[in-house]
Write a protein that binds this ligand. Structure first.
Ligand code: PLP
Ligand code: SF4
Length: 356
């Protein structure tokens, strides 16, 4: 894990007296790491403890306190809890659910870099995350082999520099905001030397689990760089968006950073019209536009989150007929070897029966 020094003490300026806040890496360091501690925190009975712990062997539990605070106490089916609590179902084999559903090993030509789509490359800037989402499609990704050091940064940037078709850098991971501000600033300033790069995109879930990660320095770096910047958040449920997150997102918005969201459609978490419409409205309230709603990648250990494609299409159709157009995320799935995310056909494009 990357640690940041020196520790920055930040202050929230609200109407009441300025409140002292822990720095984001302190919050990260004290994140909950055991099933038992999490269940105690959220006041849920310690059921299936052995099986849950077994599920952690391959993919550990990790949840920072600000996310735990948003979980409803005593509710074993809380949609936020379900995203982070290991289940015995993770140990079951399910047909079609495999280790590397996106066959990323094949497009991972250069360490720390995935170039699958035209005009943009995904840089795996950090191998870690601040939260371990149980449905994560990268739960078996060979991160250890992709751990980048300073020389690899150079090799990545060299790869980008020799291909003028690449206009956009996507910082991803893991979670790229696991790097500290100085490291991010350094990477961006090196990338700025490549004349054909125009856009910088950051894919991160970190602000959702530790809002303090949006530091003044990070905002300043993004505002000062010559790129058009977007932050693509990963929020699956309206309740993940609280006033603390909103105030931090505001600083990014004021700095001219475009804020987008991608969510994963998850059974029991957000697979209802109410959950999706609430999410879209809450996102917009926070200054974020819905971008993608992903069908679950069929990764081993996540089959219990699956929503069938036909149910997803039906749900999406209901969103189209309920929400303003700009509040409807694009329903997509990821298929190995494709040149883009695959749009999942929307129902109104399919032939409708008379009277529909
Ligand atoms: C998802 C993804 C992107 C970004 O795709 P957009 O449709 O532009 O959001 C880029 N590269 C890879 C490898 C991806 O998986
Ligand atoms: S933050 Fe993203 S990459 Fe990290 S575990 Fe969650 S879904 Fe996976």
């Amino acid at each position: 894990m990357i640690t940041e020094t020196p520790l920055v003490i930040e202050y929230l300026t609200d109407n009441s007296a300025a409140k002292q806040q822990q720095s984001w890496n302190q919050v990260l360091a004290s994140a909950t790491k055991t099933v038992e501690a999490l269940l105690v925190e959220v006041a849920v009975p310690l059921s299936e403890l052995n099986l849950r712990q077994q599920a952690c062997v391959e993919f550990p539990l990790l949840v920072p306190q600000p996310f735990i605070n948003k979980i409803e106490k005593g509710n074993a089916l809380d949609p936020l809890l379900l995203q982070v609590l290991p289940q015995s179902a993770e140990l079951e084999e399910a047909p079609g659910f495999i280790d590397d559903p996106l066959a990323e090993k094949h497009s991972n030509l250069q360490k720390g870099l995935i170039h699958k789509y035209h005009g943009r490359v995904l840089v795996l800037l950090s191998t870690g995350c601040a939260v371990n989402c149980r449905y994560c499609f990268r739960r078996h990704f060979p991160y250890q082999e992709n751990r980048m050091n300073k020389n690899d940064w150079q090799a990545t940037l060299d790869y980008v520099a020799q291909d003028p078709s690449i206009e956009e850098l996507i910082l991803s991971g893991g979670d790229p905001l696991m790097l500290n501000d100085q490291q991010i600033e350094k990477f961006i300033s090196q990338a700025e030397q490549i004349p054909h790069l125009q856009r910088l995109r950051i894919h991160s879930r970190l602000p959702v689990v530790i809002p303090q990660r949006i530091t003044k320095n990070l905002v300043k770096t993004l505002q000062a760089c010559r790129f058009d910047c977007a932050l693509v958040l990963h929020i699956n449920h309206a309740r993940e968006i609280d006033s603390v997150l909103i105030s931090h997102l505001n600083t990014l918005k004021q700095a001219g950073i475009t804020l987008l969201n991608q969510a994963v459609l998850l059974r029991g978490v957000n697979d209802s019209v109410a959950a999706q419409t609430d999410l879209s409205k809450r996102l917009f309230h926070a200054g974020v536009l819905p971008y993608y709603l992903h069908l679950l990648d069929k990764v081993k250990g996540a089959h219990h989150f699956e929503v069938s494609e036909s149910a997803a299409i039906k749900l999406h159709h209901q969103l189209v007929s309920t929400l303003s157009g700009f509040l409807v995320p694009k329903l997509v799935k990821e298929e190995a070897g494709k040149k883009s995310k695959t749009p999942v056909p929307v129902m109104h494009l399919l032939p409708l029966k008379a009277g529909d």
